[in-house]
Write a protein that binds this ligand. Structure first.
Ligand code: ATP
Ligand code: MG
Length: 723
């Protein structure tokens, strides 16, 4: 092949990295500067010019999807199959290694991978076997503990418990869990990495084999490696037999909360022999306006490695900010913009909606469905398919119709009420024999006194719960029914007792379900049904609708975390308000605000041509209307890069000041009022000042009245009095 093909569409710096002699190399550069492109071309270069066989190359990507795309790009560059090349995620590669050396790794040949849900269930079984109460030892917390230690390379015997009783117990649970995994040949995700590391540490001859085999190692998104991954790479590449190229961007490190360590970039420069650093500074992805906006935001972080990023691309359109009255209005706005994008002849796939939390997708999904626009959710389930939502719906289905066997199976022992597998098969057996529902069978067994002791108690308490729920919720509004079902069943408490991001997300989803019930309007064709059955039908129809296929034209939806490394011509960042993004928890933990800002930077830099940032002035959260102001990340964008979109007209510059002032606590000029101040209105009574815009005769002020809710008033007429 003509080698110049590999270098032609690269700039000087990129070319320098691609065609460098074989040394250890760090490519440090901002978003969209072609890091991933350099990695791909480097791999092709190594094969073509340095004659390294695909067999001798190891490339690490952040997702399987990225690995697949990368392999495809290299195959089309090289015009041949690359199946002997090891290319994948850390987990995928570790798995491959353990399969090849299962005996040396102490695993049976047919060892199985335990996914996160399986792991959770196993932990619960272990807790039960150890006679430990889940209330005191929440399984999710145990799971977090076990995985966290594995990510640091720690086995139970390595953990210093400081003679603390709780710590010791946790360690014992970890040990018992691990024994059980080992007995049954099960390997969880964190174990894959730890085992792969131990395999090399304990078998120098195997390590030496791979050190010789993998002459070139390449890692994308290096800023998000955790400690065990780093240690694994270091072991592989520290002898001088081979070289490693890492590419990354400290400004895009967004997995600190999951153990990723951005310091690994600094460590790399110390730990690996003679590393060279190449910086790329030209951005090819975004318009100069988007880039300027993103750069200004990330500039507020301290301790950055510091990078310049410029583009000679077009200035492009301003970043549009839209303030929705509430989340429904926000969603409607986004959908209307996507529709006009479609009408301009662009495919839907070119558009992406990014959000901070998975729970935010629900309102957006419904708005898209309403307009009949196909969408695809990446790296997550649709709202109504999520585990905790299905649990909650299970209870609602039992209230609606207790003979629903699938719902019965789903919730009879979630949360755990000590119902054993034996009792359950007894119930199933009885139902079969009498040709009745599981619910009827349960009542029968109790009436006949066929069950004894614990089993009888467990079943009785379940029957009582459903009966009571049925009575307590009869004739109540839908959201009351959902709220009671979630709480009285113990579902909410179960997830509340767990710690960690995942449990938090599940709680948010449950709250969001209550909101969905509140907003649900029984469709005309279903007015014969009770609101509850109409809602359940709506939920299952939505869940049943299959995801748009990957080749179908569809709007792309995902969290910002999932969007890392990707790019789209049209990007919406939704829910960009204080309290959502940055999230409420951010203030509690040091360093979290900067990680949130990096997340904002990642989100903004996904956009190629047009970026919309939206937020909702009021949002129903946890069953209450919360009032939020524009996120500080919006205020950090220079005024000349932004326009505020109004539904009918578009106002540019002056309104930007509104974001800047909206959260400042200075009194607004001349008015004498302050944000957050309590005021009285002749008709609406007392309330609190939330926001204002305009000046002079046009000044308007938003007040959230205790009785009448939020209203925008023209200040000149409102005759507000300080309270
Ligand atoms: P991120 O930090 O988001 O992962 P990145 O640094 O990996 O971004 P790439 O995804 O490799 O950046 O490149 C961004 C976009 O710019 C891609 O569409 C890529 O094809 C294009 N690109 C990169 N380098 C060049 C170049 N020299 N000429 C033209 N286009 C380029
Ligand atoms: Mg990339």
């Amino acid at each position: 092949m003509d080698v110049s093909l590999l270098l032609d569409d690269l700039n000087d710096k990129q070319r320098e990295a691609v065609a460098a002699p074989q040394t250890n190399m760090l490519v440090l550069a901002g978003a969209g500067s072609g890091k991933t492109r350099v990695l791909v071309h480097r791999i092709a270069w190594l094969m073509e010019v340095e004659n390294i066989a695909p067999f001798s190359i190891l490339a690490v990507t952040f997702t399987n999807k990225a690995a697949k795309e990368m392999r495809g790009r290299i195959e089309s560059l090289m015009k041949r199959s690359m199946h002997t090349m090891w290319m994948g995620t850390f987990h995928g590669l570790a798995h491959r290694l353990l399969r090849a050396h299962h005996a040396e790794a102490g695993l049976p040949e047919n060892f199985q991978i335990l996914d996160s849900d399986d792991q959770y269930r196993l932990i619960r079984r272990i807790l039960k076997a150890m006679n430990l109460d889940e209330k005191h030892w929440p399984p999710r917390q145990v799971q977090w503990y076990i995985n966290g230690n594995k990510d640091e390379g720690l086995r139970p015997q390595h953990i210093d418990t400081h003679n603390d009783h709780t710590q010791q117990k946790m360690r014992d649970i970890y040990a018992a869990y691990q024994e059980s995994c080992d007995r049954s040949g099960l390997v969880d995700f964190a174990e894959l990495l730890l085992r792969a590391h131990e395999l090399w540490a304990r078998n120098p001859e195997i390590l030496a084999h791979y050190q010789k085999r993998f002459r070139a190692v390449l890692v994308d998104e290096f800023q998000d490696t955790n400690n065990i991954q780093y240690a694994w790479l270091r072991m592989l590449c520290s002898t001088g037999d081979n070289t490693i190229m890492i590419v990354g961007d400290d400004d895009q490190s967004i997995y600190g909360w999951r153990g990723a360590n951005v310091d690994n970039i600094h460590k790399f420069l110390k730990d690996f022999p003679k590393p060279e650093t190449i910086r790329l500074e030209q951005n090819y992805r975004s318009t100069s306006t988007i880039l300027k906006a993103a750069n200004a935001v990330i500039d507020n972080n301290t301790g950055r490695l510091g990078k310049e990023l410029w583009t000679d691309g077009a200035e492009g359109e301003l970043v549009s900010v839209y303030a929705g009255f509430n989340e429904l209005d926000e969603a409607r706005f986004i959908v209307s913009q996507i529709k006009s994008w479609l009408q301009q002849g662009h495919p839907l796939t070119e558009s992406a909606i990014l959000y901070r939390n998975n729970a935010q997708s629900r309102v957006l999904e419904e708005a898209l469905l309403h307009e009949g626009l196909a969408y695809r959710i990446y790296g997550g389930l649709r709202f109504f398919e999520r585990q905790e939502i299905k649990d909650a719906l299970g209870y609602l289905r039992m209230i609606n119709h207790p003979h629903d066997d699938a719902a019965y199976e789903r919730v009879v022992n979630t949360p755990s009420r000590g119902m054993g597998e034996k009792t359950l098969s007894n119930i199933r057996e009885t139902a079969r024999a009498h040709n009745c529902s599981l619910w009827q069978a349960s009542n029968l067994l109790i009436a006949e006194g066929a069950l004894k002791g614990r089993a009888a108690n467990a079943l009785q308490s379940f029957i009582l719960l459903i009966t009571e729920l049925e009575q307590a919720t009869e004739g109540q509004p839908l959201e009351e029914q959902a709220d009671k079902a979630i709480r009285q069943s113990g579902l909410y408490a179960m997830y509340q007792a767990e710690k960690g991001e995942k449990a938090q997300a599940r709680l948010e989803n449950l709250e969001e379900l209550v909101t969905a019930c509140k907003q649900f309007v029984v469709p005309e064709e279903a007015d014969e049904m009770t609101p509850l059955s109409a809602f359940l039908a709506h939920a299952s129809l939505e869940a049943g609708e299959t995801q748009a296929d990957s080749d179908q034209d569809a709007v792309q939806m995902m969290t910002i975390h999932t969007a890392k490394g990707l790019e789209f011509p049209l990007v919406f960042m939704a829910g960009v308000e204080e309290g959502m993004f940055p999230s409420q928890m951010t203030n509690d933990e040091p360093g979290r605000m900067e990680e949130e800002r990096r997340l904002a930077y990642v989100g903004m830099t996904r956009a190629m041509k047009k970026l919309f940032i939206t937020y909702a002035e009021s949002r129903r959260l946890y069953g209450q209307d919360k009032y939020h102001t524009a996120s500080r990340f919006i205020r950090e964008i220079p005024a000349e890069c932004v326009e505020e979109v109004r539904l009918k007209s578009t106002v540019s510059r002056p309104v930007h000041n509104r974001f800047s002032r909206a959260t400042s606590h200075e009194s607004f000029e001349q008015t004498g009022f302050q944000l957050g101040q309590r005021v009285t209105h002749r008709k609406f009574g007392e309330g609190i000042v939330l926001n204002y815009e305009g000046s002079g005769d046009h000044a308007r002020v938003q007040v959230n009245f205790d009785e009448f809710g939020s209203k925008w008033l023209v200040l000149a007429y409102a005759k507000l009095q300080p309270t």
